[in-house]
Structure formats: structure tokens, C-alpha cells
Design a protein around this ligand. Structure first.
Ligand SMILES: O=P(O)(O)OC[C@H]1O[C@H](O)[C@H](O)[C@@H](O)[C@@H]1O
Length: 290
């Protein structure tokens, strides 16, 4: 692919130019198939919309674009731990990589016109997470969205990694959304001290919902106007979250907008966390379509 083509399809821009809030470097991808915006911080997809389709992702109108802080919306990647750190809860929630600047290691136009972007982040090992690791995220931006994760333990001891693609889907009203594909599955309820329950029927969001499904099925459907299909490979945990009105009012970058999204996150957390030996590599994938 020529450099010219590369610059035609990908624009290097920033959050000041796109959202009127300077702070983060962004990539804007516009092709016949789709439009996407990605922050180099966290390799975080902020927007994705297939041509003539509804936007897949929600980006908060109150989002902040501050270096070192995850942006509210799109698909932040939580890694190397999901949620509170189990050893030391004072460590940042959801791990480290969502607030770090990643390297754009590859850009390719595929034969059918999809754009493939490869981002890498290398952690050297520090007081927050002692094991060194290499993380690679590949995004294939076409009519559908394909995400792939490769994670390698580069340390000299075995370590536990828990992680999730923390996807914020755009919906008309979360109170009318149904998530299908989790019926009869057990979940840990984060709003009730992580006690275990069984999901009776489809999952709905009448108020605050924060549920961790371990050993979850590979496919879900978010039933709303213009339904969303998710298909994962080697992602055994699904986390469903919406804060509801009361909790949202305490989140400066959500507030009254909580009805506009639902999070259905895919990864490997809690009982599904990855234990990787030195030099061991693991991978997973997620395909999303609307
Ligand atoms: O506000 P954040 O750190 O991005 O976390 C947002 C949410 O992420 C996950 O869905 C967790 O299960 C929730 O407990 C958490 O509130």
C-alpha cells in the first residue's frame, strides 16, 4: 500500500479538532465501509460506524480527553487486571494499559478494503504490576469490527492476567434493551457483594446492573433498534454494566447520559483469568456487527 493511500484513509488528528477538547492524539479512519476514531492512549476505539448503519459505540458527550485518564466510552481495554486489584485495591481500577500511550505498529489496507491497524504496548514491570508483558491489539475496520488481542508474559515468573474489552454500545434507552445469550448462566453480582445468582430470562437494565458472567457463551445479541451481534473467541467472561440514574449522577463523565449506553464486556476475568508462564502467549478475539 502506498504512503499516499495510507494518508488518504487515515488522518492523524486530536481531540481538540474532533471534539473541541484538546488533550489526546487520535486517528480518524474513513473508508467506503466505515468511519472509526481511535485514541492512541489505550489503543481505545472511540467511534465505529459501518456505512449506512447506526453507530456501534457510545462516546459520552461529557467525555474528558486527559492524558493518563481513560475516556468514557468506546472500547477501553482493561488489563492486566479487571476491576479492583485483588492484591491492593488502592491501585488504579481496571489495570494500566487503558491510560497509557500505545504504539501504532502497523497499518494495512486489506484486499476487500478493510483497514487493519496493529497497536502494541510493552510493560516493563513495576510496583503496580511486577511482571513484564507485551500486549498487541489488532483492529480490522470493515463493515464489521474485528478485534484481536495477543498477550505475552515477558517476565521471569508465572503471572495472572485478567482483562476485558469494556465496550460501551450506543442504545436509544438502556431501560428498553435486552441482552440475549446469557439466559440460565450464573453470574457474580457486584451490586450484592459478588454473590452468585442465575440469570433468569434475558438480561434487562431497570436500574444499576453490574454482573460478571464466568464461562459465558461466545455469542450475545443486544436487542434494541438496530440490534448488535457479538461473537467472541476465547473470551470466557462477560461483564454487563450500566450504573442506573443514581450512581450515574456521581460520575462526572456520565450524569444524565446513562440511558444512552449499555456495557457488555468480553474478556477473561475472575475464574477465567489467564495464568501465563514466562514466555507464554495467549490470544482472543471479538467480532461486533450492527
Ligand atoms: O469507571 P470505570 O473505572 O471505567 O469502571 C466502570 C465499570 O466497569 C465495569 O463494568 C465494572 O464491572 C463496574 O463495576 C465499573 O463501575
Amino acid at each position: 500500500m502506498s504512503d499516499q493511500k495510507q494518508t488518504d484513509l487515515i488522518h492523524y488528528t486530536d481531540s481538540g479538532a474532533l471534539y473541541g477538547k484538546p488533550g489526546l492524539d487520535l486517528l480518524l479512519v474513513e473508508t467506503l465501509h466505515c468511519r472509526a476514531v481511535i485514541a492512541k492512549q489505550g489503543a481505545q476505539l472511540l467511534e465505529f460506524r459501518a456505512s449506512n448503519r447506526e453507530p456501534l459505540l457510545w462516546l459520552s458527550p461529557k467525555a474528558l480527553f486527559e492524558p493518563g485518564k481513560s475516556v468514557r466510552g468506546g472500547i477501553p481495554l482493561c488489563l492486566p487486571w479487571f476491576g479492583d486489584n485483588r492484591v491492593d485495591p488502592t491501585r488504579p481500577k481496571h489495570g494500566l494499559v487503558r491510560a497509557k500511550t500505545w504504539e501504532l505498529a502497523g497499518v494495512k489496507e486489506l484486499p476487500r478494503g478493510e483497514i487493519e491497524l496493529v497497536f502494541t504496548y510493552c510493560h516493563g514491570g513495576n510496583a503496580l504490576f511486577s511482571t513484564a508483558f507485551l500486549c498487541e491489539v489488532t483492529m480490522i475496520l470493515g463493515r464489521e469490527l474485528d478485534l484481536q488481542l495477543r498477550l505475552e508474559n515477558r517476565g521471569d515468573e508465572s503471572a495472572e492476567f485478567s482483562w476485558a474489552w469494556h465496550t460501551y454500545y450506543a442504545v436509544d434507552d438502556v431501560r428498553e434493551v435486552e441482552v440475549r445469550g446469557l439466559e440460565n448462566c450464573e453470574f457474580l453480582d457486584k451490586t450484592r457483594g459478588l454473590r452468585r445468582f442465575t440469570q433468569e430470562g434475558v438480561l434487562t437494565f431497570p436500574g444499576e446492573v453490574d454482573r460478571v458472567f464466568e464461562n459465558a457463551p461466545a455469542q450475545q445479541q443486544i436487542a434494541t433498534r438496530a440490534p448488535i451481534e457479538s461473537h467472541s473467541e476465547n473470551c470466557h467472561s462477560v461483564i454487563a454494566w450500566n450504573p442506573g440514574a443514581e450512581l450515574a449522577a456521581t460520575l462526572a463523565d456520565v450524569g444524565e447520559h446513562y440511558r444512552e449506553y449499555v456495557c457488555v464486556e468480553h474478556g477473561n476475568a475472575f475464574a477465567n483469568s489467564w495464568q501465563l508462564a514466562p514466555g507464554e502467549m495467549a490470544s482472543a478475539a471479538l467480532r461486533l456487527a450492527r
